[in-house]
Design a binder for this molecule. Sequence first.
Ligand code: SF4
Length: 294
Amino acid sequence: MQCTLCPRQCGALRTNDAGQGFCQLPEGMLIARIAPHLWEEPPVSGARGTGAVFFSGCTLRCAYCQNGDISHRNAGRPFTPRELADAMRRLVDAGMHTISFITATPYVHQILRTLDLYRPPVPLVWNTSGYETVETLRMLDGIIDVYLPDLTHRSEAMGRLCAKAPDYFERASAAITEMVRQTSAGSPQYNEEGVMTRGTLIRHLILPGLTSESIALLDWVRDCLPAGVPVSLMRQYIPMNGVSIKGLDRSITEREYRRVRDHMLALDLPGFLQEPESASADFVPVFCRDESYI
Ligand code: SF4
């Protein structure tokens, strides 16, 4: 295929086992982990967990990514649609509340083929950097139940510096608007176990020294999206992946966290606040070992 699935718009050749685009991913699926996962937001993980499929590669590749082995270095094992369908069935049999496709954009076609083979009877979650095209998201309209996009960089300068994506906010804001349109246009729906069955939940990671970007992004959510779209405010940033960008070599301070949290509360945005203990490398899952696959 000549790939234009994400905003990079490489038009690059991707064969079953090699890729020449920005993401360097083949057309065939590479997956780094398929396992129960308890550490997403409560409406996604519930009490028993989400069945998390961590796809190899990423179209954004933030310099500080905590999953650098898979997002930058594409670690993973090849999977066919049939193999992924069988693994999803095992996750459902293990009692997972939801199935989460994590950084799955480069594999949209294979995922649609997989869902033709087996459609799990639980909500499907699209967990993404937010760096998506509206055209690719429209392929998922009516199929994905819950969108879980990051919304991280507001200025062109930070998008360029952190991810070589000066158009990050332009693309992510259009993508999230489309996600909200597809999923209840605002207020999410939940089942009796408190699991989201339809909706969009925006994640924002506070970066050190960049609270003004955080505040501008929260203002955009309040001003430009329908009321009721929840935000998960994340304080887990720790420098990883050998990040060398000046200022991003530390965790956020309590004062920075409070400044953003207080702004979110003042805007009266619904959502979730993260515990301080989450800023730990202990929360990074184990990838690509035999025990990483159910
Ligand atoms: S998915 Fe990969 S190859 Fe396709 S447009 Fe995006 S970066 Fe380029």
